[in-house]
Design a protein around this ligand. Structure first.
Ligand code: HEC
Ligand code: HEC
Length: 341
């Protein structure tokens, strides 16, 4: 059965969203371009390198999954823009995932985590996939037992947290500290925002003007060009999909928020295809065409579409430079993975 959104008083909603952007623009005063609804990404300052290092190990450690094969990086591949480039992800025992994997790059800048915002921050989010039967299919207890069975992990947790607890709270805390480093500053567009007029081409600038002028910024604003609010998918025209995800109403129980999703970031969007929560749009041209039509009631010409796509590609920033961590080996006591049972 196809699912679709019910557009409700779109003009009102767009006006509200635009008013919010106006307010945000007034508040966010950056010296170079105070009036822009988009701000540059600031580089992350690491305050606790030992914790980040531990978090990086956990991020790459497939032993946090039942199969011993799936790590956070399996579905948020840092070699591919922090996503898996699949329509929906593949979980334990090759299960078909229910929804498209969002990028983890710059996700620390989002108001909440997940498409429906059900986790308030990165730390709360990180416990989810480990115990999700459709993802890593482990339990928090088994994950902690595994880590406690490895002397080098024990020592590292003790060094970072100053005690012998080694519990799931420390695990998610360290993973979140690593994820906070995954920001992508210095996109060409950010250089332009900071005053380097030559950093983007004439076509990219035309695309940005159209992005602002046609109303995309009502929802895609702030340093992440998204991540600041939940909005209806299909504001002006219904969005049709086979994907059963309900969006925000699944969290709040408020039916009026059905099909409201967290506005995704457009940072590094050229790397994070396919697009939308159902992964239905394979290309940026298709995603831009759909957005124009169903969110703004506007059909872009091929040239306009190409201009916006060119602008979106100027949002690719410096990707995190990751040295692959060498994970501490399992001990004789470590429970062995169960990939096939
Ligand atoms: C099997 C694939 C898979 C694995 C493994 C996985 N994730 Fe995810 N991740 C997803 C999917 C799919 C979503 C979106 C789910 C939703 O919104 O309902 C997601 C969402 C997220 C988000 C939210 C991003 C945002 O902007 O909303 C973060 C952060 C994240 N994952 C981090 C992690 C961490 C940390 C781990 C390892 C502990 C992990 N993921 C393991 C597939 C995966
Ligand atoms: C009313 C709010 C709103 C407006 C206006 C809007 N968007 Fe979106 N945009 C969203 C939401 C919500 C999603 C995620 C919807 C989903 O996947 O169900 C999204 C998704 C996207 C995506 C896919 C990102 C990804 O990683 O999946 C792109 C690209 C995009 N928008 C570009 C644009 C452009 C370009 C415009 C202007 C032509 C625009 N949007 C206007 C709310 C909006």
């Amino acid at each position: 059965m196809p699912y679709e959104s019910k557009p409700s008083s779109p003009r009102h909603a767009v006006r509200l969203a635009l008013a919010a952007v106006g307010a945000a623009a007034l508040l966010a005063v950056t010296p170079a371009r105070a009036q822009e609804p988009v701000q540059p990404i600031a580089p992350h300052k690491v305050t606790n390198p030992a914790k980040v290092d531990l978090g990086k190990k956990l991020w790459f450690d497939p032993r946090l999954s039942r199969s011993g094969f799936i790590s956070c990086n399996s579905c948020h591949n840092l070699s591919m823009g922090g996503s898996d480039n699949l329509k929906t992800s593949i979980g334990d025992k090759w299960q078909k995932g229910p929804i498209n994997s969002p990028t983890v790059l710059n996700s620390s800048l989002n108001v909440a985590q997940f498409w429906d915002g059900r986790a308030k921050d990165l730390k709360e989010q990180a416990g989810g996939p480990i115990a999700n039967p459709g993802e890593m299919a482990f339990t928090h207890d088994l994950a902690v037992d595994m880590l406690r069975s490895i002397p080098q992990y024990q020592a590292e947790f003790k060094k970072v947290f100053g005690n012998d607890k080694l519990d799931i709270d420390q695990v998610t805390n360290a993973i979140a500290a690593f994820e906070e480093t995954l920001v992508t500053p210095n996109a060409r567009f950010d250089k332009w925002l900071k005053g380097d007029k030559k950093a983007i081409t004439a076509q990219e600038l035309r695309g940005y003007e159209l992005f602002k002028g046609s109303g995309c910024v009502a929802c895609h604003n702030g340093p992440n060009l998204g991540g600041t609010s939940f909005q209806k998918m299909g504001l002006v025209e219904p969005y049709k999909t086979d994907n059963p995800a309900e969006g925000r109403s699944a969290v709040t129980g408020n039916d009026a928020e059905r099909f409201n999703f967290k506005v995704p970031t457009l940072r590094n969007v050229e790397l994070t295809y396919p697009y939308f929560h159902d992964g239905a749009a394979d290309t940026l041209a298709e995603a831009v065409d759909t957005m124009g039509r169903i969110q703004l009631g506007r059909k872009f010409s091929d040239k306009e579409n190409a201009d916006i796509v060119a602008f979106l590609k100027s949002l690719t920033g410096d990707q995190p430079r990751i040295t692959m961590p060498i994970l501490p080996p399992s001990s004789d006591k470590t429970k062995r993975p169960q990939p096939f049972e």
